[in-house]
Ligand binder design. Sequence first.
Ligand SMILES: Cc1cc2nc3c(=O)[nH]c(=O)nc-3n(C[C@H](O)[C@H](O)[C@H](O)COP(=O)(O)O)c2cc1C
Length: 188
Amino acid sequence: MKLLHLDSSILGENSASRAISAAIVSSLTAADPAIEVTYRDLAADALPHLTLDVLGNPDGNAELAEFLAADIVVIGAGMYNFTIPTQLKAWIDRVLIAGKTFQYTAEGPQGLAGDKKVFVALARGGYYGEGPAAVMEHAETYLRAAFGFIGIANPTFVLAEGIAIDAETRAKSVAAAIEEAGSLAVSA
Ligand SMILES: Cc1cc2nc3c(=O)[nH]c(=O)nc-3n(C[C@H](O)[C@H](O)[C@H](O)COP(=O)(O)O)c2cc1C
């Protein structure tokens, strides 16, 4: 099985989502050491914004080929300004490609990538689960919509919230997410 591991945080070693995405990958590879991991740091090696050239040449789209070859995708993302890092958006722009990962039919859009399992480690400075802030959450909701559109209906999210509250809240939140990551399996 092939696992594609992506990180997109700009915060380097202080990133919460990087620690959690690494814990997810460790857990999955411990359960199945034969998993072949490809790692891509979308912050260190940022993709340019989408262009017409990229869109018009899907067969030359290396990120799409890498995604299509993967059985499992593990993504680390922090919430930046209520949504995902632009570095991750640039990757998604290369992966949601008509005719490759979805197609339009008489019955409406149809996802073509439903054979993959996606895990997302998502770190948020505040809390968005309920209350007035819930409508400002455009990271998890966006990723669920984007992956759902290409047929991946149920990505697994490991959340760490309250990262920006104080050091103690951050430490507890990240530790709980890492513990949760430890019990994940590909069939989740
Ligand atoms: C540029 C920037 C924008 C942020 N915007 C938000 C935000 O809109 N809402 C929020 O709850 N936290 C926000 N935060 C806090 C991050 O979500 C939090 O630090 C999280 O840990 C980021 O993930 P990372 O540590 O993996 O980079 C922001 C942080 C940065 C650096």
